[in-house]
Design a protein around this ligand. Structure first.
Ligand code: FE2
Ligand code: FE2
Length: 236
């Protein structure tokens, strides 16, 4: 059992074992890539789909913040020695949840409702990370991720006021939700075990997914009064 280090600065990271440094880099790269890709394929295009000036205004804010997350994770990546080109979607394949083809406003509301909830769970976990610059960055992005999830909840709730809107939201949930479990990674993942051994992450992929399913069900069934479909296979 490795002693869990406390790494307060970027400089102190250089004194850590290679495995620790690589583990931190892996997570920072993943966040930098996925925040950018999500902003490109969902948030920015959603501005054109938003039905009112008010909705466009808030969607612009979401897009601005998601691009901002990429910028901040990329900055941290550069400080810890990751080449900039490794933090673009052309170098590293983004997560499968971004393969969904966004066509409607209802789909975007559901993506914010469900995918940003998944992101909140990740950020909550990293908020206790043993590498403090990453811990602090996660804590700083948390209020914005909460705003995105609330945005999804509010606009989904609004859409559900009409029969047609309810149908569109349920349809988007049916097609998008089965992609979400893969976001939490494979059960018994070796990477996750390494992250936990070093105190970089706190929970197993299985614990995260279970928690997510409870919270997603509460939103979709408890709050919206819709049906949560079967979860789909966890991680390819
Ligand atoms: Fe984000
Ligand atoms: Fe977000």
């Amino acid at each position: 059992m490795t002693d869990i280090p406390v790494v307060k600065t970027v400089e102190e990271l250089k004194d850590q074992p290679e495995e620790y440094q690589n583990a931190v880099r892996k997570i920072v790269i993943s966040h930098a890539v996925n925040e950018l890709y999500g902003a490109q394929v969902f948030d920015e295009p959603a501005i054109a789909l938003a039905p009112t000036p008010y909705a466009k205004w808030l969607t612009c804010r979401v897009a601005m913040e998601e691009y901002g997350h990429h910028v901040r994770f990329k900055e941290l990546g550069e400080q810890i020695g990751v080449p900039a080109e490794q933090m673009t979607p052309s170098q590293k394949r983004p997560l499968s949840i971004f393969e969904f083809e966004l066509k409607t406003w209802a789909e975007f509301c559901v993506i914010k409702l469900l995918a940003d909830l998944a992101e909140i769970l990740q950020v909550e976990d990293l908020a206790h990370c043993s590498f403090h610059p990453l811990r602090n960055l996660s804590r700083a992005t948390m209020p914005e991720e909460r705003f995105h999830a609330q945005f999804g909840k509010d606009f989904s709730t609004e859409l559900c006021q009409t029969a047609e809107g309810r149908k569109a939201v349920q349809d988007a949930i049916d097609r998008y939700f089965p992609m979400l479990p893969a976001f939490f990674g494979r059960p018994k993942s070796k990477n996750n075990e390494m992250f936990r051994r070093w105190g970089i992450k706190q929970r197993t992929n299985e614990e995260m997914l279970d928690d997510y399913l409870v919270r997603a069900r509460e939103l979709v069934e408890g709050h919206l009064g819709l049906k949560l479909p079967a979860a789909g296979a966890p991680a390819a």
